[in-house]
Design a protein around this ligand. Structure first.
Ligand SMILES: Cc1cc2nc3c(=O)[nH]c(=O)nc-3n(C[C@H](O)[C@H](O)[C@H](O)COP(=O)(O)OP(=O)(O)OC[C@H]3O[C@@H](n4cnc5c(N)ncnc54)[C@H](O)[C@@H]3O)c2cc1C
Ligand code: SF4
Ligand code: SF4
Length: 433
């Protein structure tokens, strides 16, 4: 009996970003029984970290959180966060066996009320990964105010075991004896929605990221602009000053063979234009300049959005930035080639945002045998034009940025396609649980 004692699902969805959540909802609304596994402490992926979305400027959290709560309440969806999949093995009769590792949070989440008293009591402060290290967090912490589930977790690597959190917790749910749990589950199909990685700007030392404090990434700027932002204003991380002359360096780590990534990330032009518009609202006296190679505003409403930014006074300079140097007061000197004028110039800015590109998350190939990737390490798509959500393995489907760079609307479309393919496949399989 291969299924004896195992939890059985119609579909295993790996990754709880917008694509994974959307796939899970589509499957569950068609009466499939879904296990959604997220390795992070919270669902939402990159989208839940964003401020507003191009080209509509809708609040990102306002789109994500209703979908997350619908998934969390859905009777056909089981959600596991802080959980890693060790491996997925295809078994002979069209089903998959997956080894699940639920990592200890040292908090019984069924009893945690999210009151944050543990956070207040904890004396340990470490950089907050959810605010991209711009502020600190405690060793006992809730990732951020709209995290799902909104419960505490103990960062055991930094915890001193002082016990202060345990003493104040009103429900007694902190449990230092908790251990990782490992077990197998069975699923008829798998949707890979493991998303993308961002280019690491430390790989371009001439841009001074990591050395000059006022050179940040676009995701850090998303946090500075988001409703769940670390400060109440857009401030330079170096000295807390309000910036008044901000530069964007587009294509950082994209379309650049010198860093081994020739492809266009598809989203950076538009998210930079979006942030420029938001900054014009947040800092009305500030100048914002985008240094670009080409502006690729190819989607619905994108060209109009670009024109709108120009109309608002955002400066666009067609030029490649060669070097960023920190000068006095933490300001930055940008050396760039203005392609239209055919000359090299230098310009001073007080904050530089690197519009970092999209890279493949190559985790799926470690999870499952037979996984094929394309030449840029994204998932290989068996039939790009007719059925883009088919992977190299029968019964494994692709949702969102697992198969390449894409924005949120395209990730949602792709998730719908993956779910429909999975439903068709599950209905045809010969396995009966
Ligand atoms: C700075 C910035 C601004 C942006 N602004 C916009 C915008 O305004 N409009 C727009 O349309 N798009 C925007 N985007 C793009 C948007 O973020 C993506 O389109 C979207 O996040 C893709 O969703 P996804 O679910 O495919 O991937 P992700 O958001 O990357 O989610 C993947 C999830 O899978 C999890 N995961 C990964 N590996 C595993 C594993 N092995 N096991 C379990 N879980 C795993 C991850 O932890 C993550 O939660 C922006 C992107 C950036 C970087
Ligand atoms: S036991 Fe650990 S998490 Fe709890 S208060 Fe002390 S340092 Fe913080
Ligand atoms: S662990 Fe206890 S103190 Fe911390 S948020 Fe949960 S209920 Fe509150």
């Amino acid at each position: 009996m291969p299924f004896a004692g195992k939890k059985l699902y119609d579909a295993l969805v790996v990754g709880g970003g917008i694509a994974g959540i959307e796939s899970a909802l589509n499957l569950a609304n068609n009466d499939l029984n879904v296990l959604l596994v997220e390795k992070d402490l919270t669902l939402g992926g990159k989208m839940i970290m964003l401020s507003k979305v191009f080209p509509t400027l809708d609040c990102s959290a306002c789109i994500t959180t209703p979908k997350i709560s619908e998934a969390a309440r859905h009777p056909n969806i089981t959600i596991l966060t802080n959980t890693q999949i060790q491996h997925i093995d295809k078994q002979d009769k069209n089903y998959f066996k997956a080894r699940i590792k639920e990592k200890a949070r040292y908090v019984d989440i069924s009893n945690c009320t999210g009151c944050q008293l543990c956070e207040e009591a904890c004396p340990v402060v470490v950089p907050d990964q959810y605010q991209y290290n711009m502020v600190g967090r405690k060793a006992a912490y809730i990732p951020f105010s709209i995290a799902s589930p909104r419960v505490a977790s103990i960062d055991i690597d930094n915890c001193t075991l002082c016990g202060a959190c345990e003493k104040v917790c009103p429900t007694g749910c902190i449990d230092f004896t908790q251990q990782d749990k490992e077990y197998d589950i069975i699923a008829k199909s798998v949707i890979m929605a493991t998303g993308f990685n961002l280019f690491d700007p430390l790989k371009v030392p001439r841009f001074s990221y990591g050395k000059a404090k006022n050179v940040i990434t676009a995701l850090q700027m998303e946090r500075l602009l988001a409703p769940t932002r670390p400060f109440n204003h857009v401030l330079r991380p170096g000295d807390g000053k309000m910036p008044c002359n901000i530069a964007y360096v587009l294509c950082t780590g994209s379309r650049d063979l010198s860093v081994g990534n020739p492809i266009c990330s598809q989203i950076c032009c538009m998210y930079s234009i979006k942030q420029a518009q938001l900054l014009m609202g947040a800092l009305p006296m500030a100048d914002v300049t985008l240094y670009y190679i080409n502006i690729r505003s190819f989607g619905k409403g994108f060209e109009e959005f670009y024109e709108q930014a120009k109309g608002m006074g955002v400066n666009f300079v067609k030029g490649k930035v060669g070097k960023i140097t920190e000068i006095e007061n933490g300001d930055l000197l940008l050396r760039y080639e203005d392609i239209n004028q055919g000359k090299v110039f230098e310009k001073k800015h007080d904050l530089v945002v690197l519009s970092v590109g999209v890279l493949a998350n190559d985790e799926p190939q470690k999870l499952i045998q037979g996984w094929k990737k394309d030449e840029y390490s994204f998932a290989f798509q068996k039939d790009l034009f007719y059925t883009p959500s088919l992977s190299s393995i029968e019964g494994v489907f692709l949702a969102g940025t697992t198969s390449g760079p894409m924005d949120i609307p395209d990730s949602i479309l792709s998730a719908g396609s993956a779910a429909m393919e999975a439903i068709r496949y599950v209905k045809q399989t010969s396995v009966d649980f």
